[in-house]
Design a protein around this ligand. Structure first.
Ligand code: ADP
Ligand code: MG
Length: 332
């Protein structure tokens, strides 16, 4: 898979040979997995700007919740249990009503997941040439892992099942509706807005998969793109059955073409996509029941081939083609 935009920048400018005493088991993964000498931790960081990652009209409570949720989702992808986070925030002005809402949403999820805010930084972002600087939020989250364990994107093997949690495509459909590109019925829109605004990091599932999954990623860039990262890291391919891909009733109200675009190329789901051998099927189904998470088998890992290594087919055998998609800040 060719590397474009944001990944090209990372490859070219921010990838180097390891040095120092702390190394990561999962460079380029959802989290860095680090053996500290006093235990294994997973660390992830995500930066967001209002206007780029959030609509300017987003509610501050939802921004606070989601800013932490996307980080916890990366911890979930590593199978780590959240312990602490750091918050750096840049504000163009002091707006106490906004901060009140933001911190309420943020701390609600923090309390729910036992993830303590242990530090951060607060700065003013200056306007440039009369252009209002956006609110920027950077969160670094850390989680605990049992010694020697941790899910990574590498490790998928030919013959493995491919599983996905929850349903995919909902947040993207909500965004398309808010942009005015797609028309959803009011009930469907409500259901999808909740998925876009308040994603649920699959933390319990991630932990439950530690001894079961061969590879795992969260879905932030879209199923095709994030499963693509697993395939690339693992040196394998995949065949998916379109009809097996879990779609919510709300998304089903749209055309099949829109469903395919949303479910395969849309991002922001914060579900987990993972691989596991057939022998683990029963235990994975049990993990789904125990963690109250819907799990669906959507295809198989195949031997790697060069070029397009991910094929989605309908029951009739037709290839479903959508853009690899995934959001890339510097694509094109
Ligand atoms: P995710 O969507 O899971 O948060 P990203 O797509 O943001 O992951 O990043 C892909 C990988 O590249 C991650 O392992 C991340 O830590 C790494 N990465 C991203 N930006 C940088 C950077 N500026 N310097 C070093 N590593 C980076
Ligand atoms: Mg991720």
């Amino acid at each position: 898979m060719s590397r474009t935009g944001e990944f090209q920048i990372i490859d070219r400018f921010f990838t180097h040979d390891a040095f120092g005493e702390w190394q990561s088991q999962g460079v380029g993964d959802d989290c860095a997995i680090i053996d500290t000498g006093a235990g294994r931790i997973a660390v992830t960081t995500d930066m967001m700007a209002v206007g780029t990652h959030f609509l300017p009209t987003a509610r501050p409570e939802d921004i606070g919740w989601k800013a932490l949720a996307v980080n916890l989702s990366d911890l979930a992808a590593a199978g780590a249990s959240p312990r602490a986070f750091f918050l750096s925030i840049g504000l163009p002005e002091r707006d106490d009503a906004w901060l009140e809402g933001f911190s309420r949403g943020l701390m609600a999820l923090a309390a729910e997941t036992g993830c303590a805010l242990l530090g951060g930084d607060t700065t003013r972002t200056a306007d440039v040439n009369g252009t209002r600087a956006p609110v920027t939020i950077s969160i670094t989250a850390m989680g605990a892992l049992p010694a020697g364990k941790g899910l990574m994107r590498k490790g998928a093997r030919p013959g493995d099942d491919i599983w996905v949690s929850g349903t995919v495509g909902d947040a993207y459909a909500a965004l398309k509706h808010r942009w005015g590109h797609w028309q959803l019925m009011p009930d469907a829109a409500e259901a999808l807005f909740a998925r876009m605004d308040r994603p649920t990091p699959r933390l319990a599932l991630g932990s439950a998969l530690l001894d079961l999954a061969t590879a795992c990623s969260d879905i932030s860039d879209g199923l095709r793109a994030d499963l693509g990262h697993i395939l690339e890291r693992s040196g394998v391919g995949a065949d998916l059955r379109w009809e097996a891909v879990p779609i919510s009733p709300a998304l089903r109200s749209l055309s099949v073409k829109a469903q395919q675009e949303a479910a395969l190329s849309g991002g922001d789901d914060y579900e987990l996509v993972f691989t596991a051998p057939e022998s683990a099927r029963l235990r994975i189904e049990q993990a789904g029941l125990l963690t109250d998470t819907r799990l669906t088998r959507i295809g198989k890992v195949t031997e790697g081939i060069t070029g397009d290594n991910l094929t989605v087919r309908t029951e009739s055998g037709a290839v479903v083609s959508t853009a690899v998609g995934g959001f890339d800040h510097f694509a094109g």
